[in-house]
Design a protein around this ligand. Structure first.
Ligand code: ADP
Length: 254
């Protein structure tokens, strides 16, 4: 299934199934080709998660009226380059209508527009290196101040960034709901990114990004594991299959 065709409407039969099958009977570990999405959230779960208008529309057309925003979803999405963070953030957004903040995308936009920030970041992004925290931290803080709920993708990428983020969210009184990590092997990453062919997707730059990921970003997982916020999502499979695991995990968190 193409991501562009994956809309909340695709999950309508699921929401119906969710009413018929009590949550306890819904298996999570279904093999990929048998996934019927029957284990996706029931209406009450969506309501608690603060399902937005899109998810509400899907639920309403499945006969589940009355969903309302109650609790903001604030999640971090961590994973190596090519693990599908942007694609999966889009799926979560379809359900929960949560703003997707991608630091990589913000930087690419700034570079394209040749803003001061973009010019300062350009060399680093092209080489697959970390953009300095003197640029990253104010950029992220500025955005988080404006959002009550969010999917943050691409940040934090180091323990220093994680500590800064914790302090910012504590100051803003916006505690995290969860941290989801997408797990794929290095071989899969290299294969996928070469096919994608973004400017920073040459083999040399991919290897540089992977090295940074293993050395600096992976320790961030332990940081959030200690806080009891971490979920591991197997991400080698197809897009809807990974999305299925992710939404199922989110449902347990909200
Ligand atoms: P990927 O996860 O595929 O590497 P991203 O779009 O997340 O792609 O990031 C692209 C580039 O943007 C990174 O290689 C890095 O140069 C820069 N970047 C993004 N987020 C951060 C961050 N939190 N800290 C430092 N640099 C960052």
């Amino acid at each position: 299934m193409k991501i562009s065709s994956l809309t909340p409407v695709d999950f309508r039969p699921t929401l119906r199934a969710a009413r018929v099958n009590p949550p306890e009977s819904r298996a999570v570990q279904e093999p990929a080709d048998q996934i019927t999405l029957s284990a996706l959230p029931a209406s009450g779960d969506l309501r608690r998660a603060g399902a937005g208008a899109g998810a509400q529309a899907a639920a309403a057309s499945a006969g589940l009226a009355g969903l309302a925003m109650e609790q903001p979803l604030r999640m971090l999405l961590i994973g190596p380059p090519g693990s599908g963070k942007g694609t999966q953030a889009e799926i979560v957004d379809q359900f929960f209508e949560v703003p997707h903040i991608s630091t990589g995308q913000i930087l690419r936009n700034e570079i394209q527009q040749q803003t001061e920030l973009g010019k300062a970041a350009e060399e680093y992004v092209k080489a697959g290196k970390m953009v300095p925290d003197s640029i990253m931290l104010p950029m992220v803080d500025n955005r988080l101040e404006k959002e009550d709920s969010f999917i943050l993708d691409g940040f934090p990428r180091s323990i220093a960034q994680a500590q800064h983020l914790d302090a910012t969210l504590s100051r803003l009184n916006k505690p995290l709901t969860c941290v989801e990590t997408l797990e794929v092997s290095d071989e899969t990453v290299v294969k996928r990114l070469k096919e994608r062919g973004r400017e920073d997707d040459t083999e040399e730059v991919i290897r540089a990004r992977l090295k940074i990921y293993h050395e600096q970003t992976e320790p961030v997982m332990a940081h959030y594991q200690e806080q009891g916020l971490l979920d591991h999502i197997p991400a080698e499979g197809k897009v809807p299959e990974v999305g299925f695991y992710l939404v199922t995990c989110l449902n347990k968190r909200v």
